[in-house]
Design a protein around this ligand. Structure first.
Ligand SMILES: [Zn+2]
Length: 299
């Protein structure tokens, strides 16, 4: 399976410089923010991402993504079907309807050169790598966003609690990592809706942020994202950690391309992620030494 980077690298090039707009970020402005770091500006992901297979989960890994065995339980399916969509319920106060985006934002609203950066981790939760990553983030006092795959979250719901207990944000990364642009709208709604419904049932609130597998959005999937009360989030720095390029490569990707407002793509699931965990532990002190504050969006 291709990594998320394969498709978005092209789109990133088209969207460089676009601000997040209304995306509200918690923690922006906190910490030491200066205007000294002007090197590099917004990073662009390089074209020509590896086309190798996204490593299959190994060891005590989550269920294989896209597997035929990932059929929804009737109860879960019914639960989703019965759940009113955001903004479409006639009961009580109408829920705010997220605006329909034309693309996923690649940068945070880091105005005035604030040294804020967002770390994101996709494809989990994973029973080994997610807890390891949480420990590292906790030790460095950093919060991040975890875009979870629904079937993995269903297998390890306690990890959703562990993620939010440390102040991180849980986002929607579809039910089993299908490429949304290849699905009809009803199927897209099922992929995203099932996952939002699961997160809602486990955590008591649906996610506000969504990342399409491979970062591949199109107008129908962006509409469904909005219908479900979410905003799409892309990325501007691709570590390509999914290909396990080595800890030093991942560290270098982040420290080289760190700039005010970038969103960093990494993975805590979908395969062995020891390199990612080790890299985060190594680069966080470097970022903090430069005065960067890691921020997460509002949950
Ligand atoms: Zn993914």
């Amino acid at each position: 399976m291709r990594s998320d980077s394969h498709i978005v690298s092209r789109r990133t090039l088209l969207c460089v410089g676009v601000g997040v707009g209304t995306a509200a970020l918690a923690g922006v402005g906190a910490g030491v923010l200066t205007h000294e770091d002007t090197g590099g500006g917004h990073a662009q992901t390089g074209a020509g991402s590896p086309k190798g297979s996204d490593p299959a989960p190994g060891g005590p890994a989550p269920p294989a993504r896209g597997g035929a065995g990932a059929q929804p339980s009737p109860a879960a399916h019914d639960s989703y079907r019965l759940r009113p969509l955001a903004g479409e319920t006639s009961m009580g106060e109408p829920k705010p309807h997220a605006p329909v985006r034309t693309h996923a934002e690649m940068f945070l609203p880091a105005g005035q050169g604030q040294r804020v950066i967002a770390l994101t981790f996709d494809d989990g939760p994973h029973p080994v790598h997610t807890p390891a990553l949480l420990e590292v983030l906790r030790r460095h006092g950093v919060q991040a966003t975890f875009f979870v795959v629904g079937e993995n979250a269903a297998a390890f719901p306690d990890l959703l609690h562990a993620i939010t207990a440390d102040g991180h944000v849980v986002g929607n990364h579809s039910w089993n990592h299908k490429q949304l642009t290849r699905l009809d709208t009803g199927h897209v709604r099922d992929e995203l809706g099932r996952t939002s419904d699961l997160i809602d049932r486990v955590l008591g609130a649906p996610p506000r942020w969504c990342r399409a597998p491979y970062g591949d959005w199109h107008p129908p999937s962006l509409r469904v994202c909005s219908d479900l009360g979410m905003e799409p989030m892309g990325w501007s720095v691709d570590t390509q950690d999914w290909a396990r390029p080595g800890v030093a490569h991942i560290v270098r990707a982040v420290t080289r391309d760190a700039a005010p407002g970038v969103i960093v793509l990494q993975h805590d699931g979908g395969g062995p992620r020891q390199q990612t965990v080790a890299a985060v532990d190594r680069y966080l002190p470097v970022l903090q030494e430069r005065g960067y504050t890691c921020v997460r969006p509002e949950a």
